[in-house]
Write a protein that binds this ligand. Structure first.
Ligand code: SF4
Ligand code: SF4
Length: 347
């Protein structure tokens, strides 16, 4: 099947030529396997050649692996894995290679390194970084990346010049801090993979959200896809003129004002809660319901995390630590109600 031509970009020092939009692998856990495979194959047919997943995304890797059989050389596969120690890096990588049905990963990323302490631990002797470097020398990994929600970690990773890519949230709501990081990544020639271009489904206007992100020529937006219609819509946006009108600027500002006060960036600065509330998980309950499969949302661990909200004593300690001044106490209450309603409705 011949792929359509689509706008392309070079992803930093990897020098990989990738489609101007990537394929984020979380939501394809939601449809049936056959449908998920059709979604991936339609993306390839329309010219998307960058697929990003994680060993931690349930059925995502096996589905992408099945869908891309016979087309390995035509795509760039990026995945992420655990990194508690070197053994975990090797174990995650083995599973990813098997699930993705390949003998090499184009970009392997340390998944969600959340604090400077954990970032430092990557570099200890016989630690995760050494295991990743070994995989690079063996050729099972071609490029090394890192993903994080913490600006400090991302900044350190970029300036260290140890990574070929950085994956960080970037959308029109969460922009100021990230814009600084984008410039830094450009300066260091580190490929910037922009996760959550639609703020996890919270920005309803895909065209507007994507046009915003595409202004940054070194950012590869990586939205998640669940249906063929979504793939076709996004590709048609990429191929259309990307100039932003005054009206669209005003609409962006409106979305920013409305969502900015309620959008959790998952930076984790508010944690830990002295009463054991899983704050950042509860804060993104609506995003989870937009993107993750029902099995994950019905799992014990997730329901226990939401239930932990009942232990909130409204002390406000977390709000004092949130750099975005989010009304965490109020949002915990709202999101617990939201979760129980969606759970009852089963969707
Ligand atoms: S307000 Fe609630 S969630 Fe925040 S720190 Fe206090 S107990 Fe924990
Ligand atoms: S509530 Fe605030 S501090 Fe906590 S993860 Fe979200 S944005 Fe970060």
């Amino acid at each position: 099947m011949e792929a359509f031509s689509i706008k392309k970009m070079i992803l930093g020092k990897t020098r990989l030529e990738v489609s101007r939009v990537g394929f984020g692998g979380i939501p394809i856990q939601r449809p049936s396997e056959n449908e998920a495979i059709r979604v991936v194959q339609r993306a390839v047919q329309l010219g998307i050649n960058f697929f990003d997943t994680s060993v931690g995304y349930g059925t995502s890797e096996p589905r992408i692996g099945k869908a891309l059989q016979g087309q390995r050389e035509e795509v760039v596969l990026a995945t992420k894995g655990g990194w508690r120690d070197g053994e975990m890096v090797q174990g995650s990588l083995r599973v990813s290679l098997e699930q993705l049905k390949t003998d090499y990963i184009d970009i392997w990323q340390f998944h969600n390194v959340s604090s400077l302490d954990t970032y430092s631990s990557l570099f200890r002797t016989d630690g995760p970084m050494e295991a990743a470097i070994e995989a690079l020398s063996e050729g099972t990994i071609l490029h090394l990346g890192i993903s994080s929600h913490s600006l400090e970690v991302a900044r350190e990773a970029v300036i260290s010049d140890q990574f070929d890519t950085i994956q960080f949230p970037f959308n029109l709501v969460y922009r100021n801090a990230a814009e600084e990081l984008i410039d830094l990544a450009k300066k260091h020639d580190v490929g910037f993979i922009g996760m959550k271009p639609f703020a996890g489904g919270m920005i309803p206007r895909a065209k507007l959200a994507l046009k915003y992100v595409l202004q940054f020529e070194n950012v590869l937006p990586d939205p998640g896809f669940e249906t063929i219609e979504q793939v076709e819509e996004i590709v048609s946006i990429i191929e259309s003129p990307l100039n932003i009108t005054r009206k669209e600027h005003a609409e962006m500002e409106l979305i920013r004002t409305e969502l900015g006060t309620k959008f959790c960036r998952q930076c984790g600065y508010c944690q830990p809660c002295p009463n054991g509330v899983s704050i950042s998980l509860i804060m993104i309950a609506p995003v989870m319901w937009n993107l993750w499969p029902l099995e994950s949302l019905s799992s014990n661990w997730y329901n226990e995390a939401i239930e932990s909200g009942t232990r909130c004593v409204q002390c406000g300690e977390c709000e004092a630590k949130c750099p975005y001044q989010l009304p965490i106490r109020e949002m915990i209450k709202e999101n617990m109600i939201f979760h129980s309603k969606r759970k009852e409705a089963g969707n």
